[in-house]
Design a protein around this ligand. Structure first.
Ligand SMILES: O=P(O)(O)OC[C@H]1O[C@H](O[C@H]2O[C@H](CO)[C@@H](O)[C@H](O)[C@H]2O)[C@H](O)[C@@H](O)[C@@H]1O
Length: 353
């Protein structure tokens, strides 16, 4: 088995193994009979299905042992607010926020995943209290066009495109002389990503509902609006493009296949880079909080566990395997949690919410 294309994020669930298998055995793939080809693609489709859970956390008929035990292990960050604040006492909170599914609800059209004004107002107040970064799979400019808050740090393309506020930030590392933080570890992949984007557009154009999104250092192939009976065909088309690019790998999000460089860089590394840029590299008294809803956010949750600092909050209505410590069900709960943080830090702002 080669390690050309491996699924980097997440744990060794059957889902990840399915994709790893499908992506990492090109010789089997090319030598296989038509039947073999289908079975590899069907591993993709199984994995695509597994990324679309349908068991709602609160449904009484499904509130079985597994679900309640999941909540025991990942209690609501709202219910645990006081304990969280206690744990952060004497430490500097730094906030990391994923965008889609965390600050904005998941919608069918990725170009219309707008953030509410109330959420924007809350995030603005949050950034006034704590250093705050948006960490997204999207192209940085696109996520900025949704968030529109110049005072934040932004890490687009799954952390491969990092930029800090140009000026006026209260949170600058000593000695940075007002220079904006900027880091693009995958810049040499730009021509390859452009090429792959064009090929994917061409190869998927006949599949109704498929949408390819150029995220600068990575590409997303959306299947939210593709009929399930066409998922196999979509997987085969994506596979046919990717097999020519061993320097690219595949990860999966919510009804999306994400193609990105094999470099050892992800949202977890971006989190560490940003902590360092903010002057917290070897700081024992920093308390990073990362809130995200997707597989790629697991890299950041894991880093926090490894560092033994702060914690991750998974946004999900469904029990999921996660390295996050707490959970919130949806963006509205994220907003409530952020408001509580602001009110705790600045009690005088209570009346403004
Ligand atoms: O890291 P994120 O900010 O969560 O980005 C991950 C992907 O988010 C977007 O897709 C997701 O949200 C869309 C809008 O709600 C939804 O239609 C899609 O099904 C979701 O996967 C974004 O469009 C992708 O490029 C990102 O990779």
């Amino acid at each position: 088995m080669t390690k050309q294309n491996v699924l980097a994020s997440g744990t060794k669930s059957s889902v990840n193994l399915a994709i790893t298998m499908a992506m990492s055995e090109p010789s089997i793939f090319t030598a296989a009979t038509a039947g073999g080809y289908i079975s590899i693609s069907s591993a993709w489709v199984d994995s695509m299905r597994a990324c679309s859970p349908t068991r709602i956390r609160t449904a009484p008929s499904l509130a079985d042992h597994d679900q309640s035990s999941w909540i025991d292990h990942h209690p609501s960050a709202l219910d645990m607010f006081e304990q969280i604040i206690d744990a952060s006492k004497g430490k500097k909170i730094v906030m990391f926020l994923d965008y889609d599914g965390t600050l904005s609800p998941i919608v069918d059209d990725p170009d219309r995943a707008f953030m509410s004004d109330a959420m924007r107002k809350t995030v603005r107040k949050l950034a006034n209290c704590f250093p705050t970064a948006i960490v997204s799979g999207r192209c940085r400019d696109k996520v900025y066009s949704f968030v529109r808050l110049a005072e934040l740090y932004y890490a687009g393309s799954h952390g491969m495109d990092i930029k800090g506020p140009a000026k006026g930030s209260k949170y600058k590392k000593a000695g940075s002389r007002g220079r904006a933080v900027q880091f693009q570890p995958a810049s040499k992949f730009l021509p390859m990503i452009d090429e792959v984007y064009k090929q994917l557009v061409e190869k998927t154009k006949a599949i109704p509902g498929a949408q390819v999104e150029h995220n600068k250092f990575c590409v997303s192939v959306h299947f939210r609006r593709v009929e399930e009976k066409k998922w196999n065909e979509l997987a085969q088309q994506v596979r046919s493009v990717l097999k020519e690019y061993p320097k690219l790998r595949l990860t999966q999000g919510r009804k999306v296949l994400e193609i990105r460089p094999t470099i050892k860089w992800d949202k977890g590394k971006a989190l560490e880079f940003l902590l360092e840029s903010l002057g917290f590299a070897n700081c024992a008294d920093v308390f990073p909080v990362y809130i995200g809803d997707d597989r790629t956010d697991e890299d950041a949750f894991k880093i926090l566990r490894e560092r033994g600092q702060g914690f991750g909050i998974l946004v999900s209505k469904f029990p999921k395997e996660t390295s996050a410590s707490y959970s919130l069900q949806e963006p509205d709960e994220v907003m409530d949690f952020l408001k509580r943080l602001v009110q705790w830090k600045r009690p005088s702002l209570r009346a403004q919410f």
